[in-house]
Design a protein around this ligand. Structure first.
Ligand code: JFZ
Length: 436
């Protein structure tokens, strides 16, 4: 059988089974915390502010000068992530603005040279590890501060308005080969100075005539180096290596709705989501997702075999916004009682159809099926068509209270369970079915 074209391109020798094994902790974990933190927390109006408002290096300098996160306490962050039920965390070690939270020997544009006077990545790593949370590094491929990074004529998030000549003039003297080396060196620093790193989240490629992709980043060499330095690491798919069969590890659908997540069933993926619209701290943004919506995204991710990476944008003083804390608390209360339907779970076997108003997750090892009641029936029962001879025992997940079968109503293949008229005190209660 002749493989054609790109499908046969490989970077290493890992088999599909070995990859599954390497990623097992991550696919089991299902829920992680994204942290977008950088100088953009000071203007507090989106992490793209430098680009959106065309701020020059000179005018952006005030944020570097004023950066003083006096309340930064990653132990507290880690406690809050853990209480919410999150198993891993990914921090922006450098975002597009180019400022590094770590002490890099390749730049002066780093936290060590601000009033913080220290390596904030180191403290993050130590604190999260101490809580048993896996650590990941986000590293921006894009860099608006580096003198060799060429300014793009067309960018997916901001199409060009100027002429090609104007851009050519702007880019005179910039050398992507030098930037490529810088990025390689910094990733090497990140993967050698901080012990075992569980995830690398490189961001992002926009290949095309005016864009940037694997040749600009040197992605092939970079990924080889990443794998060599950290053999166990899990890498996102934004290095533009999709034509390699064993390239990167997971897909990253961003800010998509629950309905769209169905398309990813069967793939290895993680959806990243903000509380509001911005990833960095945004003071005046008031369109926050409801707690129910966040819970929906978590459950629906697992119901389609994926992970949720939920973002927090800490303030310039280094604390989580009170609105984020309230949302995390609410998720934590649900997770405390219901996390068995999340960890180590995936989509249900195809012979179980989700009843109207429900979403299913499944643990194949314990052979338990979880029915999430998105719409709580006020009829005093629920009919599960086709489940009749497949279920040994039924209970609520949050308290292990039995849910009796309504034998009279259970006709044909229909399994009808009696439910309390009053909805239990959870936004989305879960029925646990122990299968035969
Ligand atoms: C990127 C960043 O620009 C953003 O600031 C944030 O860090 C997010 C997690 O990742 O955002 C993207 C990346 C790719 C697309 C859109 C937003 N895209 O391909 O459409």
């Amino acid at each position: 059988l002749a493989l054609t074209g790109s499908a046969q391109k490989r970077l290493g020798n890992e088999t599909a089974a070995e990859k599954t094994k390497r990623m097992e902790w991550w696919t089991d974990a299902r829920f992680g915390m994204f942290i977008h933190w950088g100088l953009y927390a000071l203007p507090a109006r989106h992490e793209w502010v430098r680009n959106y408002e065309h701020i020059t290096n000179e005018n952006y300098q005030k944020y570097f000068d004023q950066f003083n996160p006096d309340l930064f306490n990653p132990k507290q962050w880690a406690k809050e992530a853990k209480a919410a039920g999150m198993k891993y965390a990914v921090l922006t070690t450098k975002h597009h603005e180019g400022f590094t939270l770590f002490d890099s020997k390749y730049t002066d544009y780093k936290a060590t040279n601000t009033q913080a006077k220290r390596d904030l990545v180191r403290e993050f790593v130590d604190a999260f590890r101490a809580e048993g949370i896996k650590v990941g590094f986000y590293y921006s491929l894009i860099d608006w501060h580096h003198p060799d990074f060429t300014i793009d004529n067309v960018h997916p998030l901001r199409p060009a308005k100027d002429s090609e000549e104007a851009y050519a003039a702007l880019n005179k003297g910039r050398d992507m080969a030098k930037y490529r080396k810088y990025l390689y060196n910094q990733v090497t620093e990140l993967l050698t100075k901080y012990g075992k790193i569980d995830i690398l989240w490189a961001d992002f490629s926009y290949p095309g005539k005016y864009g940037k992709g694997k040749d600009d980043w040197g992605s092939v060499e970079l990924l080889k180096q990443i794998r060599k330095l950290q053999p166990g690491i899990i890498v996102d798919n934004r290095l533009d290596l999709n034509d390699y069969e064993d390239g990167t590890d997971f897909e990253t659908p961003e800010q998509v709705g629950p309905k769209e997540l169905e398309k990813y069933r069967g793939k290895v993926w993680e959806t990243c989501q903000t509380f509001s619209g911005s990833w960095g701290y945004h003071r005046d943004e008031n369109t926050w997702k409801s707690n129910r919506k966040l819970l929906d995204l978590l459950i629906t991710s697992v119901a389609n075999g994926g992970n949720l990476l939920l973002n927090v944008g800490p303030t310039a003083r280094g604390e989580f916004d009170y609105r984020a804390e309230t949302a995390l608390d609410s998720l934590g209360i649900w997770m405390h009682a219901n996390s068995k339907s999340i960890y180590h779970c995936t989509f249900a076997p195809s012979d179980f159809k989700a009843a109207e108003g429900t979403r299913l997750t499944y643990n194949k090892d314990t052979k338990r099926l979880y029915v999430h009641l998105f719409e709580y029936p006020n009829t005093g029962n629920i009919a599960l068509e086709g489940y009749k001879d497949k279920v040994k025992y039924a209970q609520f997940l949050h308290d292990n209270s039995e849910l009796q079968v309504d034998a009279e109503k259970s006709k044909g293949n229909s399994l009808v369970l009696k439910l309390p008229k009053k909805k239990p005190n959870f936004e989305i209660p879960v029925i646990e079915l122990i299968l035969n």
